[in-house]
Design a binder for this molecule. Sequence first.
Ligand code: PMP
Length: 407
Amino acid sequence: MQKIYLDYAATTPVDKKVLDAMLPYFSEEFGNAMSVHGFGQRALEAVDDARAKAALFFRANPSEIIFTSGATESNNLVVKGSLRSYNSIARKTTEKPHIITTAFEHHCVLDACKFAQKDGLAEVTFISPNKEGLISVKDIKAAIKPTTILISVMYVNNEIGTVQPIAEIGKLLKKINAERAIEKLPRISFHTDATQGVNYFNCDVDEIGVDLLSMSAHKIYGPKGVGLLYVRKGTPIKRIQDGGDQEYKMRAGTHNVPGIVGLGQAINAIKTPATQKKIKEITALRDYLIKRVLKEIPKSYLNGSAEKRSPNNANFRFDDVEGEGLILSLDLDGIAGSTGSACSSGALDPSHVLLSLGLKHEQAHGSLRLTIGKHTTKKELDIAIAKTKEVVKRLRKISGNVLADFQ
Ligand code: PMP
């Protein structure tokens, strides 16, 4: 049976070059990067080489790159580590620190904030996007309080692929932080979860004005279980995992040397002309997919802005169709898509992202996310479109909602 993978936002296959670079660090060069002997030093060299590659990509200093187990850990470190730092500073006031984030972040940011609020450690404002899935800079500005210490806004939403105005928020905060310094108010750290943005958008940390940035290697054709957090020098943040002195004492635990090597290799490939050419092809394929689905399937809609959208993301909604049924039927035909994000599908709750756009519960249940990548072909999309048409029609028939004939 055919196998068509259209779930690149969930994860990507490891590039051959990335795998080749990693392999020696499982067996021959297996040293612990913290050991002083030759085995350890060679492992440390490999970690430092990956760090230099990541620093070059983000135009950061190597000492500002902290390797983690992935974006989930990086994002937890941002929220909990910022609060830990704030609470460790002796303050005259007992005011609770305030965090601003969005209602459609990945659960690792959202839940870290919700628990901090529940535990009485922070006050949190959750900004809702507009119906196009875009956060307004004005709303962020209006939510800032004297006690605000952290603003966390994702770069690209993982479900609907909408691109947030990170550079604009960065610019605003630069001005606001300069004013706050005079008033002796706490500096606001600006974090972006760039997990879905790294492949496609500007991640020069100075140009976009972020203090903290998270990502995972497996979304960029690297291995799973490794990621990083960029931490601008001087940003108030404390480690949350106690133990060894790895990663400038910011992340205790033995380095995942092969994973880190893979991350370095994968990130290095992004700015090459070959990848940049691929992005153009991916964008054209995405547009082809969206155009055909909306034209050929009655009562189908695109979730999220068509313009401010990641090159690889198409997220559809079909009236009177359950997303789970659609995904399972497509899977039987060898087509891998998703409904909601991979982390929350399996739970039958409606997507918190779609609900945040103002969609009704039944609408938030009927979505299909197809995300494409560098191995996707037009032929694969043609098959996927034909199958989606068939399945939507069949599911509507079962539910007694036969709509106008398909084009
Ligand atoms: N943030 C975003 C935007 C994501 O898409 C993901 C992965 N779905 C994560 C965080 C978590 O990444 P990981 O599971 O690799 O820790």
